[in-house]
Design a protein. Sequence first.
Length: 279
Amino acid sequence: MNLSCTLKYNFIRGDSMKPYFDQVPAIYSLNGGVKDLPQNTLQAFRSGFDQGADAAFVSVQLSSDGQIMVISSDLLEKVSDGSGAVKSRTSAEILSLDAGYHFTTDGSSYPFRGRGFTFMTLPDLLSSFPGQKFSITLMQNDPVLVRKYADVIKNMNASDRVITSSYFSSNTRLVRELLPGSATAFSMTGIIGIYGLFKSGLIYFTGGFRADVLQTSESIGASYIANRGLVRLMHKKGIYVQVWDVRDAVQYKRLADAGVDSFMTEDVPGLKRFMAGEK
């Protein structure tokens, strides 16, 4: 059975929808989205796109000299041969680190140490994939990061090919001011608030939302966010729904049946197989 046939997309594209949202369902690679290469590297992103990702989810943060770095951990010792917080190191120091240092598939061998895998800046990432879309989360609660980020997006004419998210609502509020035509996602506070309104029934009495995307894990604590009722309601309000981290065919089918618009994964080839009805 082809699982993709079970999707029932009720996504409503009103005139107010941003140009970004022109494809459902969509596969997003998480930090590269392939199991066999170090994450947050040019090689991983290229492989993810080559293997079928429609877009990539990336995390960014500032270095000590104000450059926007594409790194998903705030501590360098977790993802490289370096140490310390990203914000405490210069971009030159970060770009000199071995991004393949900790990568292993068996827990005992490290095949990419010393193989030239490095991190990159956000401008380098966007220029390396000029036709691709990205979902970019701002990790630091910092207006300086937001303003520098907005400058990069404007200067690279990338407003129509990014969704911006952040755990911190202050970041996404400022992004909406600086990039009014670009898509944004609800913050964590916003997601919890939406779910609370849904459970109480008050959401039926609310107007429109400033965010364009509900970007969430399937569940948050004991709350099952990606349920069919909430997804359908979001669609009626013109909100696009994304779920991370999709790991297997059963989860994919459950989310597809609920009407989720896009799926984020660390295994793009695997998710492609699930969508084709393969195991």
